[in-house]
Design a protein around this ligand. Sequence first.
Ligand code: DOR
Length: 439
Amino acid sequence: MTVTLLIQNARILLPSGEFISGDVSIAGDRIAQVADTILPTAGVQTIDAAGQTLLPGVIDPQVHFRDPGLEHKEDLYTASRACARGGVTSYLEMPNTQPLTTTQATLDAKLKLASERSLVNYGFFIGATPENLPDLRTAQPTPGIKIFMGSAHGALLVDTETAIEPIFAEGDRLIAVHAENQARILARRQQFAGRSDPKVHSEIQDAQAALEATQLALRLSKKYRRRLHILHLSTAEEAGLLRQDKPDWVTAEVTPQHLLLNTAAYEAIGTLAQMNPPLRSPHDNQVLWQALLDGVIDFIATDHAPHTLAEKGKGYPASPSGMPGVETSLPLMLTQAMQGRCTVAQVANWMSTAVAKAYQIPNKGAIAPGYDADLVLIDLKTYRPVLRHELQTKCGWSPFEGWNLTGWPSLTLVAGQVVFDHGHFNDTVRGRPLQFEAG
Ligand code: DOR
């Protein structure tokens, strides 16, 4: 095993959650050794990480990267550059591209595109339609099945119990749900017709709409003992439900937006704050934080969903829902840690270790010998604002512009290769397809 890279003098997060001051050697794509001191062999590249913290690379388990078909918003190259800058070394991407990812052929085509364009590692959900059960059972490799129970249109909308139940009944792979009750949303859209202030978005797609869909998904998951993941949990009511009743085969995630933004954001940034499920109240922020701290919510996803400023500028309700997130999520959460809201080790667990465990991605989510060398070196001393002109996402904006954050990555490694180094990118690096042990 020939050492190819040596990171020296870092504050290293160990799998135990403790930190040591020491060195990490890398041989090819894997971590070789973690120790107080590792002597460099002749000719080996060394990185002096004094004063910086080394964490396992972020695995973002819910992103929309728009490629193929919607490349005017984002593509796998620009999105993965944003990932590299944000310390995200792997992502799980959603099927609402054009064509939709609902068959083995469309999944294969996306994997091929990613092998050509993505600087970081990738995995792709297979999208449920009312009629693709055979594809849902057999498509490979995939982290699981995505069901849009609401907030979608066209073939990906599976919004009745009659259509949803057979998906839970057949097969055993993970089902990830966007839980909003479409019937309630449609009825309330009528009720609130004529209002065009974006704040009404949170009233139309209210907490009850989210709760009803989460209740249905949970009921079906229990009926068939089916592995269920609840995407972007957004309300105090859903957190309360899971606190009472969460079988051990169910997981849930929350986004930084639902932790850190609320309906007050509409006044500040208008339709840029519009997403599905919508932003909620400060009370919801607080309850979601507590649920995360208590383990009721298992991990964090960004739901990176870029739209152009021109699209967002159309005005509600013509403006599309979604916000970008991959290049700000880690600094946002680490800034919270530095403010005492949680620990750095908890952030690494929620953004890497727990995700690898839930999706059964082998050899990721920890800094230990034999694990993949997907790593991020961060600076927890310097604060820098989120600046529009530095963003790598093609949409070119962030709901967090102006926020002064710490924990920005200085170096990101994918499979032992430096892909981002103090503002510079190595565009020749390509990520790898993720494997899923249960897939
Ligand atoms: O706000 C959202 N936008 N939520 C989703 O679930 C989909 C996404 C998109 O693709 O734009």
